[in-house]
Ligand binder design. Structure first.
Ligand SMILES: *Cc1c(COP(=O)(O)O)cnc(C)c1O
Length: 346
């Protein structure tokens, strides 16, 4: 197997990995520095990250017993697959979607079934139902908003899939890495009598990709299973503190998210003026495809103008597509101007 990579280049405008363009507030930085001096560095950290989980629970409107935290939502996904996937079991994805779902499932020895979306990147409910009932996957993945398309799954679809997997003892994972950008969240469906877990991350909306912190919200029995599987002391002491401190600035986070949602409208309107097709995004990025030029050629021309977007052109099912992360207003304007210039050259 090849590892997962997200290629980086040294450019002025970096819009390729869906990070937040703004850091957390200065006060956060100062408090984390103070917290670092107060850590008992000779002691193992608090194993269950109780304080952090209680604070996440307060922000998300649940209890600490419903929260599992790990080193990025990728480690959350890995822990879910170690507990519920594995040899003799199947994980089901709707492609194209976040590549790590299938990748980590395979690393955990799980059989992977990739179900195709429609040409418009939507999930056809009838086809989904047929495949889920035929495969009876131990783990079914949905991603809403979906990476790399940006599209939001409807509440009806999520409820329908949840009903199906409940019927045969399966688990539904809804990856909400971009949840705060979307109009609706599956969090409201989480309860102890439903096999549903929602994963979220500090990497995107909380402007903390460098910290590697993510979490799951699910039934208490699922959280216990994940804790049984996770390595002891997997969350270091300073990271736990950084996560707790970050949550004191939820209003900053919501303001940054609102600003990005506004920029999303502006960039979508800008793209609509150009010879590209785009998909409706509920996230902090937009998937688009140049109509008359090849994706890789446009990607390279953007790099030549010091603008880096994600080149999805060679990914299965995403022929010719590029994905742009929303940056600061200045970065977005630089992207739109460069793209307009490239497409006008012909
Ligand atoms: C970025 C991303 C993640 C990974 O997040 P980390 O918390 O940084 O590991 C998970 N799921 C999706 C869909 C993502 O786009």
């Amino acid at each position: 197997m090849a590892g997962y990579h997200s290629p980086q280049l040294d450019v002025a405008v970096r819009l390729n990995t869906n990070e937040a363009p703004e850091p957390p507030p200065e006060e956060f930085r100062r408090r984390v520095a103070e917290a670092a001096t107060a850590v008992d560095w000779h002691r193992y950290p608090e194993r269950d990250a109780s304080a952090l989980r209680a604070k996440i629970a307060a922000v998300e409107g649940t209890t600490a017993a419903n929260v599992f935290a790990a080193n990025g939502s990728n480690e959350v996904l890995q822990t879910i697959l170690l507990a519920y996937g594995g040899p003799g079991r199947t994980a089901l994805t709707f492609e194209p979607t976040y590549a790590l779902h299938a990748h980590i499932a395979r690393l955990a020895g799980t059989n992977v079934v990739e179900v195709e979306r429609t040409d418009g990147f939507e999930i056809d409910p009838a086809a989904a139902s047929e495949r889920i009932l035929a495969e009876r996957p131990a783990v079914t993945f949905l991603c809403s908003p979906n990476n790399p398309t940006g599209m939001v799954e409807s509440e009806d679809l999520i409820r329908a899939v949840l009903d199906l997997v409940t019927g045969f003892g399966g688990l539904l994972v809804v990856d909400e890495a971009y949840g705060q950008f979307a109009p609706w969240s599956a969090l409201e469906l989480v309860s102890d009598d439903r096999p549903l877990v929602v994963t979220r991350t500090f990497s995107k909306t909380w402007s903390m990709a460098s910290a590697r912190l993510g979490y799951a919200i699910g039934p208490t029995w699922l959280v216990s299973a994940l804790q049984a599987v996770a390595l002891p002391y997997h969350l270091d002491a300073l990271k736990q503190r950084a996560g707790e401190i970050a949550l004191d600035y939820a209003d900053h986070m919501h303001r940054r998210v609102s600003a990005l949602v506004e920029e999303r409208g502006r960039v979508a309107a800008g793209l609509a003026e150009l010879a590209v097709d785009q998909w409706p995004s509920g996230a902090n990025f937009i998937l688009f495809r140049p109509r008359d030029r090849s994706g890789p050629e446009v990607w390279q021309a953007l790099v030549d103008r010091s603008v880096l977007v994600r080149n999805c052109a060679s990914w299965p099912r995403l022929d010719g597509c590029l994905r742009v992360t929303l940056g600061t207003p200045e970065e977005n304007s630089a992207f739109l101007a460069a793209l307009a210039e490239i497409l006008e050259e012909a």
